[in-house]
Design a protein around this ligand. Structure first.
Ligand SMILES: [Fe+2]
Length: 387
């Protein structure tokens, strides 16, 4: 992969990673290493019902001053405000999130309110903070969003009728504990969907106009690990080696797209998610190969790296031939992991894709796409191919 002589970039990824089976039992030691003495644990009812919080509560003992678990699948402004108020009353000096993207993003925003005061609607914009926030320790229970290492949080604001995006370098989680046991009970469809979210983060970081050598390296290894280990997680969810490698891949992809950003696949997944409530990972998984086909002339070098990561670049293949092999591999991969192949399988209707195509054109991610998009009919064409 070549880079221009005027290449320049910033790379930011300060989160410390602790990895290992049963590493979540060390939560109290790690919390103390961050200077935390009174922890508020942010989680959701599904995690509690699955029994994933018991050993964490036991490890924290009386250093846990409260558990905030009123978090819906798509978190909201009021959820954050109420959580921060509760944490303040309990005197928390560290936030520990145990959950998926919605839980982690709620905890990120609670850290801001606990440090700066006020309500979430007081923070309108990105990179507003001027000092580090109270520490946030993350224990992810899905492997996909990468939120444990990114500066972004997405929170629904029903009054505004859209999701708020907060991006703050001063609020990136300080530490993430990746314990494969924490994802071992994820059902197949959620494993496949969240895994394809990570895969999409990696591919989009590679094809983004903001890609650079560090994010390329992270993304390629993330794809390699996902290609090899995600199918094993679908076949045998309790395989802790495969679960662990997929967790690592999701974190690598998080660092990659947290810096290089994402493109048309996320723009379309966001819009079809908003209009037809398609879960984010499933939407990405259904759209990814088709969007790669759409972009292929603009970034064959990037997709040739995808082919290398999948192990399908044969000797003598030029970049375009390798890129075509990458698209085919991606299509086959989504079948291997038993992902729905068409949007109609997840209740999307013809009228939905017309609205979604318009909406995608206004999504912030689309500006990073390697192929410039002139109007919504091009986006609609991609939607139609996978309806
Ligand atoms: Fe995503």
């Amino acid at each position: 992969m070549g880079y221009d002589s005027d290449l320049s970039f910033n790379y930011f990824g300060p989160t410390k990673i602790i990895f290992g089976v049963d590493s979540s039992k060390d939560v109290e030691i790690e919390m103390s290493s961050l200077g935390g003495t009174k922890a508020i644990v942010v989680t959701d009812k599904g995690i509690i019902d699955a029994g994933l919080l018991e050993h964490i509560k036991a490890a924290l003992g009386n250093k846990c001053v409260g558990i905030y678990s009123d978090i819906p699948q798509d978190t909201g402004v009021e959820v954050v405000d109420a959580g921060a108020e509760y944490a303040r009353k309990q005197g928390a000096d560290i936030v520990i999130s145990v959950g998926g993207g919605s839980v982690i993003d709620t905890a990120k925003c609670m850290c801001i309110l606990l440090t700066e005061g006020g309500k979430l609607r007081d923070f309108n914009g990105i990179q507003l903070l001027t000092r580090p926030q109270i520490p946030h320790l993350v224990i992810p229970t899905t492997a996909g969003t990468g939120s444990e290492v990114t500066t972004a949080a997405v929170i629904m604001d029903k009054e505004m009728g859209q999701k708020r995006l907060l991006v703050e370098n001063h609020n990136v989680p300080r530490l993430a504990i990746l314990d494969p046991k924490m994802t071992a009970k994820l059902p197949k469809l959620l494993t496949a969907g969240t895994g394809m979210d990570a895969m999409t983060h990696a591919v989009e970081a590679l094809h983004s106009i903001q890609h650079e050598p560090i994010t390329d390296g992270l993304a390629v290894h993330a794809i390699r690990l996902l290609a090899r280990h995600l199918p094993t997680c679908i076949e045998n969810g309790s395989d802790l080696v495969a679960r662990g490698q997929v967790q690592i891949a999701a974190t690598l992809a998080g660092w990659a797209f947290g810096n290089a950003l994402v493109g048309i696949v996320h723009a379309m997944a966001h819009s079809i998610g908003a209009i037809a409530h398609v879960p984010h990972g499933l939407a990405n998984g259904i759209l990814l190969a088709e969007c790669m086909q759409f972009n292929i002339e603009s970034c064959p070098e990037s997709y040739a790296l995808v082919a290398e990561a999948f192990g399908v670049r044969e000797r003598g293949m030029d970049d375009m031939a390798a890129a075509e092999a990458a698209v085919e591999s991606m299509r086959a991969f989504t079948k291997t992991i038993q992902l729905p192949q068409r949007l109609s399988e997840v209740n999307v209707k013809e009228a939905d894709i017309e609205k979604a195509a318009e909406l995608a054109l206004g999504d912030g991610s689309i500006v990073n796409n390697p192929r410039f998009i002139l109007d919504s009919s091009e986006v609609l064409g991609i939607f139609k191919n996978v309806l």
